[in-house]
Design a protein around this ligand. Structure first.
Ligand SMILES: Nc1nc2c(c(=O)[nH]1)N[C@@H](CN(C=O)c1ccc(C(=O)N[C@@H](CCC(=O)O)C(=O)O)cc1)CN2
Length: 286
């Protein structure tokens, strides 16, 4: 068997094309959505992701607001930028690029954001809204994973899903999204404390690998025909991405997200969608 590709690049392009039309409609009403980013430090990966987010904004007509701080920035200096973006009327929504440098209290920074400007869906109020089944901006990578599966016709309802990882941007919230009535999946959250990971993976119809461990998911761990999504980003000596999924999985899985070109572009598309939806909500109440 050779897996069919869950093409994040093409799917994100289709979503961005739809968003371009929606942004145009907002602009015709005198509303220009604006995305702010807060980047602290010089991590090359984070710099690249933030640059990509602003490239996407330019492509769909969203205005960009970029704030950069050195790796030595204090908690207070970062919080001052967050307060400034909360007050900026040109900023519809913004994100604080993660990870933040060691020593910074991430939860304090996220909690200081205006929840209505939280384009990442990571504010505690928005995560609470998600738990309570209320409308909220959804975390971008989990939402992108679901959109990628839906648009490729992969059955989520009734599926047994193994999520590997419990990080703040993916693992924690993905099970919340997958178990909503609209998705109706059954989820097992796996992590470093899981006793027999291989057995959990073999039982799954859908595997989402977000552990950051190169080639953690091996061909023998995958049920034939399962959908496998690779969220892991490790890098080899030359800087090339090495995912959490072993390349041999392509011979067993029914569906596979490439990495790069799978979940990453979907994360960016979902961020843009959160900003456009926030602008549309603001326009409806103006
Ligand atoms: N505030 C946030 N920080 C982080 C998030 C997040 O959702 N919000 N997620 C990740 C990084 N991330 C977004 O910020 C992200 C990662 C990867 C991509 C992407 O398009 N990747 C490309 C490959 C790019 C490359 O060559 O390196 C792909 O997969 O095709 C976009 C966004 C952690 N931080």
């Amino acid at each position: 068997m050779s897996a069919q590709i869950l093409d994040g690049k093409a799917t994100a392009a289709a979503i961005k094309s739809d968003l371009t039309t929606r942004v145009q409609a907002l602009r015709e009403r005198g509303i220009t959505p604006g995305l702010g980013t807060v980047l602290v430090g010089e991590d090359p990966g984070s710099q690249k992701y933030v640059a990509g987010k602003h490239r996407d904004c330019a492509a769909v007509g969203i205005a960009s607001i970029q704030r950069e701080l050195p790796a030595t920035a204090t908690q207070e200096e970062i919080e001052a930028v967050v307060r400034e973006l909360n007050e900026d009327p040109g900023c519809t929504g913004y994100i604080v690029q993660l990870p933040l440098p060691r020593g910074i209290d991430v939860n304090r920074v996220l909690a200081l954001m205006d929840p209505d400007k939280d384009a990442d869906g990571l504010h505690p109020v928005n995560l609470g809204r998600l738990v309570l089944n209320e409308t909220a901006p959804l975390p971008c990578t989990p939402n992108g994973i679901i959109e990628l599966l839906r648009r490729h016709g992969v059955e989520i309802a009734g599926a047994q899903v193994a999520v590997v990882g419990r990080g703040i941007t993916v693992g924690r919230s993905l099970p919340l999204l997958l178990t909503r009535r609209s998705e109706n999946a059954t989820v097992t959250q796996c992590h470093t404390g899981t006793r027999d990971l291989s057995a959990q993976l073999r039982a799954a119809d859908i595997i989402v690998a977000a552990a950051g461990v190169p080639h953690l998911v091996k061909p023998e761990d995958v049920k034939p025909g399962a959908a496998v999504l690779d969220v892991g980003v490790s890098r080899d000596e030359s800087g090339k991405i090495v995912g959490d999924v072993h390349p041999g999985v392509a011979e067993v899985a029914g569906w596979l997200s490439p990495n790069p070109g799978g979940v990453g572009p979907m994360t960016r598309a979902m961020l843009l969608r959160n900003v456009v939806e926030a602008a549309e909500r603001q326009a409806a109440t103006a």
